[in-house]
Design a binder for this molecule. Structure first.
Ligand code: ZN
Length: 215
């Protein structure tokens, strides 16, 4: 999982990531200062290796170029002002432009009593980005993936078969993982989810629900 995140950070720093996963990484970085420090180190070291230069010889200019790219990426996702106090409190800056009328201005779809989801307007239709709100103690149906799922916790925390994820954590899942994310008791959990293919629900209800899932 950590190796996946490192590779993702390198791709992000090089500008190679598409809008969907780049938004997930930008959101993760906005919430996690340690990840921001990791990425600066990774990029400086990685750039030196690719150039055939010893890491010790990483130049000021390479570091400056890296930081310029990072600044460019941050402005890519942070052109908007927060629409209201709730959005400022719950959404990191990279998400503001995707919720111009705040959380209440999004079109929420209810999944059962305890889970609701709102799609964010990505320009790149190859990905789907959503905000997922799960009441404490409740969860999403067990599922696997036909592609890759990037989840970043914006508030609260959840757990699944793989571990526990607190605010600022990022989980990367693919078809090798079958899980049932459940929000921890005591606080609702708000997540950003980015997918490049629909979830595939498992179990008895899956055969009824999967045909209805829109991407
Ligand atoms: Zn999943």
């Amino acid at each position: 999982m950590t190796a996946d995140l490192d590779l993702l950070l390198l791709d992000y720093a090089s500008g190679a990531l598409q809008e969907g996963p780049a938004l997930a990484v930008a959101t993760k970085l906005a919430l996690d200062p340690a990840a921001r420090a990791d990425m600066r180190l990774l990029e400086a070291t990685g750039g030196a290796l690719f150039d055939g230069v010893e890491p010790e010889a990483v130049s000021e200019s390479l570091l400056d170029a890296t930081l310029d790219r990072l600044d460019g990426e941050s402005t890519r996702f942070a052109l908007a002002l927060p629409p209201d106090d709730e959005a400022r409190r719950l959404l990191p800056a990279p998400l503001w432009r995707y919720a111009p009328r705040g959380l209440d201005g999004l079109q929420w779809k209810q999944w059962g009593k305890h889970v609701r989801e709102a799609t964010l307007p990505l320009a790149d239709r190859r990905y789907r980005a959503t905000l997922l709100h799960i009441k404490g103690g409740h969860g999403v149906m067990r599922h696997t993936h036909r592609g890759t799922e990037y989840t970043v916790v914006l508030a609260g925390s959840f757990h699944d078969e793989d571990g526990r994820y607190g605010t600022g954590a990022m989980q990367i899942c693919d078809g090798t993982i079958r899980h049932r994310p459940i929000a921890d008791e005591g606080q609702d959990c708000l997540c950003l989810g980015v997918l490049d293919a629909p979830m595939h629900f498992t179990g008895l209800l899956g055969r009824f629900i999967n045909p209805k899932v829109r991407f």
